[in-house]
Design a protein around this ligand. Structure first.
Ligand SMILES: Nc1ncnc2c1ncn2[C@@H]1O[C@H](COP(=O)(O)OP(=O)(O)OP(=O)(O)O)[C@@H](O)[C@H]1O
Length: 320
């Protein structure tokens, strides 16, 4: 069978939520074009209200789009809605566990809904993979928030979909469980599952995703390989540790400086305008002796802020 080049393709996707008695109509997606390559771990980032959940809910068949086309695993959601939906597993943002079932029952019910024959069910395997093996027969209401979250990932995978979508999966999950969850997700990706996730943990997206789309006000502000996105920001820091720790940040002509822990300080420069050499010359000119230096690349937080807050229309009050 030919595999599609893209796990998900959206073109000209528009969603307007209809007005109600108390709220005006809301344009949540304003022409989204996105191609999510098969086999990738793709991050969808954006501020609150950017439209990420709307996009995911359209993929999941929970929200109707207003215009545009969407293909999941090459299947158009209008022409082949059932086939398209069978190709994705979605872990929603809200914890919506069925409190009357045990995890084992919950997975079996879900598998039944997707028509997975009993012989092909992987209930025990999925529960073990999510660290829930010993809770298989506990009541779901006795599980912690992190356990419920992992149960939802297991549920999303019962029909073995080639695409797994996680809407802010680590919100409210502690650091260790988050690690475990990501290890499992990366493991699935290595088996060939395409992963799409939304997260507010920018460091996490930077660490995990090979490609990132930044959504802002219902539009794609950027969609690039993570490394390209990071290179876009041309500011760098040089962290200088002087022989004698400083308590006041030195004033350097033409550079911004900030105090760091332990008497070090960071000097920010633009790669297009200056060089590390020039930074060091400016430091020496103040009479300081340099013990050590380190350079820092920008992190996604910087890129994100630059793209979402300087984007054209960002200050347009008519859009909210
Ligand atoms: N059912 C709805 N009816 C009307 N407006 C809605 C509805 N759902 C979402 N919106 C609005 O559409 C916009 C996009 O919301 P959406 O939930 O998709 O954003 P998001 O990027 O997922 O945000 P968050 O990170 O907070 O989850 C927001 O302005 C939101 O208030």
């Amino acid at each position: 069978m030919d595999l599609p080049e893209y796990a998900i393709e959206a073109q000209g996707l528009i969603k307007t939520y209809a007005a109600t008695k108390t709220t005006p109509a809301k344009l949540a997606l304003n022409g989204i074009d996105l191609k999510i390559p098969r086999g990738s771990i793709f991050g969808l980032l954006g501020p609150n209200g950017a439209g990420k959940s709307t996009f995911i809910n359209i993929l999941a068949g929970l929200t109707r789009k207003s215009a545009g086309t969407v293909k999941i695993w090459g299947r158009d959601i209008d022409e082949r809605p059932r086939d398209a939906r069978a190709a994705i597993g979605v872990v929603p943002q809200e914890l919506a566990a069925d409190v009357f079932f045990t995890p084992r029952e919950s997975l079996n019910v879900q598998a039944g809904m997707y028509g997975v024959p009993k012989a092909e069910r992987r209930t025990a395997e999925l529960l073990n993979a999510m660290g829930l093996g010993d809770k298989a027969d506990a009541y779901v209401r006795q599980l912690s928030g992190g356990m419920k979250r992992r149960l939802m990932v297991a549920k999303a995978m019962v029909h073995n979909p080639p695409v797994l979508i996680l809407d802010e999966p680590t919100a409210g999950v502690d650091v260790e469980l988050r690690r475990q969850l990501w290890n499992y997700v990366v493991g699935l990706n290595q088996l060939g599952v395409t992963i799409v996730l939304t997260t507010h943990y920018l460091e996490e997206a930077q660490e995990l995703c090979d490609q990132i789309a930044i959504i802002n006000r219902g539009e794609v502000a950027a969609c690039e390989p993570t490394s390209t996105l990071l290179r876009r920001l041309d500011t760098r820091n040089v962290v200088v540790t002087p022989e004698e720790p400083v308590t006041d940040v030195p004033v350097l002509a033409g550079f911004e400086t900030k105090l760091r822990a332990g008497g070090s300080f960071a000097v920010t420069y633009k790669t297009g305008q200056s060089s590390v050499e020039q930074v060091l010359a400016a430091v020496r000119a103040t009479g300081l002796h340099i013990k050590d230096i380190a350079t820092e690349d920008p992190d996604l937080e910087d890129v994100f802020l630059a793209l979402t807050y300087d984007a054209p229309g960002a200050a347009d009050p008519t859009r909210d």
